[in-house]
Unconditional design. Structure first.
Length: 169
C-alpha cells in the first residue's frame, strides 16, 4: 500500500482546489456567454435565476466549489497509525480538503481520455457545450475532462474534474 508524505498530500489537495476553482471560473464564464447570446436550453441558467423565476424547467449547473476549503489541524492531534493493515482513522494528514456533502445519483459525462457524447438536448448537451466553451474561452489552452456530477433538484453539481493544459509558447 502506497502512503503519501504530508507534503504530497498537501500538493494533491491544493491541485484539487485549483481544479474546482478553475471549473467554477469557467462555469461563470459559460453562464455569462449563454445569457449574452440568449441561449435557451437546460443547464444554462444560474441558480439565482432558477429560484427567482420559480421555474423547475430551468436547470442550474455549477461546481461544488462554493463552501469548499482547505484546512489544517495541529499534527500532534492526529492519532498514530494503528498496527496492522487496516487504517480507519478519519484524518491521516494534518492538511485536509472539505466540501459540502453531496447526495444523489452520480453520472459521468466524459472520461479522462474521451469527450462526452451526451445527446443533442438536455443536461448532457449542456455539459458537452460547457466542455467545448472551456476550450474556446481559454484559447485552446485548457481542457476539462472526466466531467462528473450529481443532480440535485434543479442543479447539477460537478466535482472531481481533471484538467489538461497546453501552453501556446
Amino acid at each position: 500500500m502506497f502512503l503519501m508524505s504530508h507534503k504530497e498530500n498537501e500538493e494533491l489537495l491544493l491541485r484539487s482546489m485549483v481544479h474546482l476553482a478553475t471549473g467554477h471560473f469557467f462555469m461563470e464564464s459559460f453562464h455569462r456567454c449563454a445569457e449574452c447570446h440568449q441561449v435557451d436550453f437546460p443547464g444554462m441558467f444560474p441558480l439565482e435565476q432558477c429560484i427567482s423565476t420559480n421555474q423547475s424547467s430551468l436547470l442550474a449547473m455549477r461546481f461544488n466549489a462554493i463552501g469548499t476549503f482547505i484546512g489544517m489541524v495541529n499534527p500532534d492531534k492526529i492519532q498514530p497509525k494503528p498496527d496492522g493493515l487496516t487504517d480507519h482513522r478519519s484524518l491521516q494528514y494534518p492538511v485536509f480538503l472539505a466540501s459540502p456533502f453531496l447526495t444523489g445519483a452520480f453520472h459521468k459525462y466524459s472520461g479522462s481520455e474521451q469527450t462526452g457524447h451526451n445527446g443533442l438536448n438536455g443536461l448532457g448537451a449542456a455539459v458537452d457545450a460547457f466542455a467545448h466553451h472551456v476550450v474556446v474561452d481559454s484559447g485552446k489552452t485548457v481542457l476539462l475532462c472526466d466531467l462528473q456530477g450529481i443532480f440535485q433538484v434543479i442543479m447539477l453539481l460537478l466535482f472531481l474534474t481533471q484538467i489538461h493544459r497546453h501552453s501556446n509558447r
